[in-house]
Design a binder for this molecule. Sequence first.
Ligand SMILES: Cc1cc2nc3c(=O)[nH]c(=O)nc-3n(C[C@H](O)[C@H](O)[C@H](O)COP(=O)(O)OP(=O)(O)OC[C@H]3O[C@@H](n4cnc5c(N)ncnc54)[C@H](O)[C@@H]3O)c2cc1C
Length: 553
Amino acid sequence: MAKPVIWTVDDDPDVLRAVERDLRRQYGNRYRVMAADSGAGALESVKQLKLRNDPVALFLVDQRMPHMSGVEFLEAALELYPEARRALLTAYADTDAAIRAINSVKIDHYLMKPWDPPEEHLYGVVDDLLDDWQTSFRPPFQGIRIVGHRWSPHFTQIRDFLARNSIPYQVLDAETDETARQLMASSGADAKQLPLVVFADGSHLCDPTPAVVAEKLGLKTKAELPFYDLVIVGAGPAGLAAAVYGAADGLRTLLIEREAPGGQAGRSSRIENYLGFPTGLSGFDLARRAVSQARRFGVEILAPQDVTGVRVDGPSRFVTLGNGSEVGCRALLIATGIAYRKVDVPGAEQLTGAGVYYYAPMTEALSYKDEDVYIVGGGNSAGQAAMYFSKYARSVTMLVRDGSLSSYMSQYLEDQIAATKNIAVKLNTSVVEVKGEKHCEAVTFVNNKTSERETVSANALFFYVGAVPYTDWLASVVERDVQGYIVSGTHLLRGGKRPRGWTMDRDPFMLETSVPGIFVAGDVRHASAKGVTSGVGEGAMAVKLVHQYLSTV
Ligand SMILES: Cc1cc2nc3c(=O)[nH]c(=O)nc-3n(C[C@H](O)[C@H](O)[C@H](O)COP(=O)(O)OP(=O)(O)OC[C@H]3O[C@@H](n4cnc5c(N)ncnc54)[C@H](O)[C@@H]3O)c2cc1C
């Protein structure tokens, strides 16, 4: 943390120099002494300090200054630092003004000029003021702060992006938080420019996209080399495992991820069926560990970066990135998983990100402390979310289309849900409407057996209703099934015949697509088992097959 600041402001250069010198001599090892010769100049610097979240302990200000008096300066500065101690430097003639200021800006003290010797007339007072300030001082948060409206989809998107990339941040509600108001004033951002993202160095961005924030944070989105042994698209469990094993085996490996490493698993509050973790671990934790392991082996990770196309040129494969550039490789692995399916319920589209969420990050649970939330879906992901939200929310209601939880949910989760008092399960139930002006306010659902409708007030509705592969960008390159899953291995052989255009004198390897040297692993693969363990297994296996392929070309 930066040293707390003692500000001194005086328009007389000789007095300013003297007070600055005396303060530095006595307090310089514990405090940063800053000086300005005008109220306006000082105020600009105070705004910058506020943006950096640097603490101010004391303002020691001359009362009689042209343009802005000491009292006027203190009035403005205290808007930004209400907890700082304040003292006026006065001449004998200004004593009345100083006494009035005790009431108007609640100054803590006034000091007569000259204060020589400082040991007698200055340090005792300043010591007292600083001791007093220290007792109520709480060290400020030193990271990214985001100011926004609770129901703004952009606000949610930036929070989600930072959380999933393991970047610490603090959320400040523009409507209710005093610091949020101060940051808006210091940066000059108005309500239409939110969310406001303020960085630790005091710089800020108004309503930025995640890509702009990523660039500002120096996240890597450009490849270092033009050509790699192995390029992997997608950093879910399958892609991360392949990256670790590929690099460990000596392949120059590039991993490209559109959002943040972890994939779907990164949204899981507790994976309980992963080998070696008897009490489970969060998907976020799994991703964090895998990323450091991958980096240790020398994997280059680009995130956030989108892959939008693939091109084959002789033995080389090229991927096109979202910024239009291309990266080449000897072997390519597609591990893009599946992404949530949107529902066609009236009202849901308009309120997405404003109380209606799909596969919400777990950090969202904190925003619904002591509130009533509704979760739609009856699979494992819905069950995990219900368990996690139940720790924060007053009540969690699961709306499940089927007649029982057992159809899609693991028994251990069903048991946990049954034993959790603030979770209710409504079976045979479908959501038919979501209502709200600026954010979700009410949800209507219907009992599929009795046709009985019920409308409840609700601030939040979380959908966990299945996912689909988004592989259109690969349509003209590799073979896909009718749902878009990528076909591989023996599934490509029809009546014993190899796929059209196949150039090798052998059948496709188990995880190889209809193009030699392009492999697929994880949930996006046709007929895959789906899940974290199988994704990791397939990622590891794909690397072995890549080696076999490379030894033949
Ligand atoms: C909430 C939740 C809880 C779950 N709990 C469990 C559990 O307890 N146990 C279990 O076994 N399974 C669980 N699952 C399922 C499990 O997470 C998935 O089966 C697993 O993550 C699949 O891994 P994957 O690597 O194949 O794909 P994904 O995890 O889907 O990762 C694919 C990645 O590719 C990226 N990507 C996609 N397209 C592109 C592109 N064009 N360019 C760049 N990147 C791209 C995506 O952003 C994503 O990060 C859960 C899923 C969810 C959503």
